[in-house]
Design a protein around this ligand. Sequence first.
Ligand code: DUC
Ligand code: ZN
Ligand code: ZN
Length: 506
Amino acid sequence: MSFDLIITNGTIVTSADILDPKVEIGVKDGKIIALGYSLPRGPKTQVLDAEGAYITPGGVDSHVHLAQAESPDGDNFETGTRGAIAGGTTTVLAFASQRRTDDSLFPVLEAYHGKARGQSYCDYGFHFILTNPTKHIVNEELPVLVNKEGISSVKLYMTYEPMKLDDRAILDIMMAARQLGITTMIHAENSDMIALITERLEARGLTDPFYHSVSRPQIAEGEATNRAICLAELTDTPVLIVHVSSEMAMNHIREAQTRMLPIHGETCPHYLLLLSERMQAPDFEGAKAVCSPPLRHDLRDLSAIWRGVANGTFTTLSSDHAPTKFSSPYGKTLGMKNGFPVFRNIPNGLPGIETRLPLIFNQTIGPNAKISLTQFVQTTSTKPARLYGLGGVKGDIAPGYDADLVIWYPPGHRFAADPDDTAGLCISASMLHHNCDYTPYEGMKLMNWPRYTIIRGQIVWDRDNGGVIGSKGFGEFLKRKKGSVVTGQTGGLAQGMMDGERELWL
Ligand code: DUC
Ligand code: ZN
Ligand code: ZN
């Protein structure tokens, strides 16, 4: 037996360890089959020299919006996943999105397969967004999706008129999710609080993009997060609160976790790095920073979320890549009416699929590092894979896993032509590969970027020799297993209930 590929001379970072730099990775048929010293080379073995750089698992971005009917000028599977691999992400979980008028999920699923099939540069799976959870869908169709179609997670909205569900509908889905052993993702913001504030701001003529952040205060996220946790505790169901932006919501999650409830949290780079002042940019440019929940006001808000990543409150760090172009009639400019900005009409969401991994990797470097390299691997690869049913296959570096890897530049690498310029690499929209005409991280300096991205043993991104060298359609659909509960456990007593009480009705 000889290896197809050996990666040598790199420092391997797994979810648990930073390995001796002499350890090599041996790959055969797309799988990692050995980690060891001086692995045997055969005549056909390709040897890739990492030149002293870190090697991390390919990124697993478990929250991206691609080709969704609701955002006509956002990325499709081709452009979005092209950006993904250029930024070190090798697996994405996108959404198949039910509209209120859809009374079966199967045609919706087929439509999303049609959008993705043959188009993706990286491996992909789907979560289902449920907006019309009829009895038939919840009781008859969901089990088929989970057991036959490999879709083991759903996303629910507590806000947005066309998508939001009331507590009863959420409870019904949680009961089914519990039975099926799947993960429920929840967008938690209090819809009525947002509606009230929005109407009152509009009545006073306060409609600039910045007021988007005023219309969705932390308390709206905090209340809905607490409510979602209570519903999950009642039904003894694992949930993940998506895109958490505020300390208040984070504290509710933390408190539930200390009681060993299976409550997971997700946050995103923009809630770690960007502030609401961005929405004050002139000439409507503030619309580029409009997302929900909104960017928060204060540096202390960013520190709080970093604290939650470092102390393990957040299970996953996703991009929530939800791009709409700035200069497009179907993009952010929908928020301009007769030359006046109207924040409620601005499409929500930021592009970030390509920048997620480098932005966070750079926060593991130097004396001001926010998290360790192993925490980086856990939150950006390993835990999202395990939570969503890809454990043992994606998200770590060990025998048996797919050979999905990122090789970074060696420490001290100079990106600038000028040898005296140690400033690193400067993010700009023009260097990115997605299909959005801006990046909210324009001008930000990074000391490292993926040099190579490898999927199932194939180099698909070689920054210095061709850039994107993978091919469209190489990415495979991932039929996922049921996910693992990564935090806490099911089966505990709900607060205030006596032994056996819940079993009377559960
Ligand atoms: N929710 C998301 O999950 N992504 C983008 C915007 C939103 O509200
Ligand atoms: Zn959301
Ligand atoms: Zn999202």
